[in-house]
Write a protein that binds this ligand. Sequence first.
Ligand code: URA
Length: 298
Amino acid sequence: MRDVRRDAVLREMGLAPVWRLRAGGEGAAEAIEVLPEPESAPVAAGADQGGGAWSPPAQIVPAEPVPEVRSMRAAIPVRDLIPRAAAATAPVAAPDRRDDGDPARAGRIARMGWDELESDIGACRACRLCEKRRQAVPGVGDRSAEWMFVGEGPGSEEDQRGEPFVGAAGKLLDAMLSAIDLKRGENVYIANAVKCRPPHNRTPQADEIAICHPYLARQIELVRPRVLIALGRPAALALLDAEISIGASRGRVFHRGEIPVVVTYHPAYLLRNQADKAKAWEDLCFARRLMRELAEKA
Ligand code: URA
């Protein structure tokens, strides 16, 4: 991505003065510098990405700089953060236990291909969330992606359009992806812990996440991502079968079976807590270093 575009995207994330990765090489992801405030008005991410206007306008106003970013754990090589030490303390997923006490249903879903899976999700009436949904929202993106992002559940716009993360939180997610040179649909798959909108956008309950889990599990099996990113606590619960605090779990690599899981804040939370956008940026840099490390090992 051109620097100018990255800068615009980071400004959209509220990271101004802009934190920029230095050009060139693996070490580049670990080194950051502060750029001066732009003289011109910030550019809407959507304008540069063809993704529509950024909304609400307050989100494009640069936030206060967050100096702690300078002391990010960049000095620690990712190789020291993956498997061994982290795995010893991080919860390890036990997917089968969550399959809502209906092993026959879970087994049936576990054998589905994409088409059958998506139509089964569309027709699902296994939990109360089906009662108020307009439509189920299975997932979107590259079905062979290395990156898989998991959110909480569809909101109103997603329920209307049948695609995850298309509302305000989705715009921020797109900007976050763009900031690490990723793009929806290109080497990225996006899904949710639950496939139907919880009424009034409430947080999905643990039993709803459990009942929907076989679908997420099958999506992960079909995509076979190299890295999973949990966006918020419900996503972490779905992926790791553990109630974790995002703040306390950042910068650690969890595992779901063989697949590393990195946790970060949910974009909707970031829209309400702009100061934490810098932490999300750190987390994405961390995930990207992890991805590079894994790619080198492969
Ligand atoms: N929030 C989510 O967690 N998922 C969506 O698809 C939209 C908003």
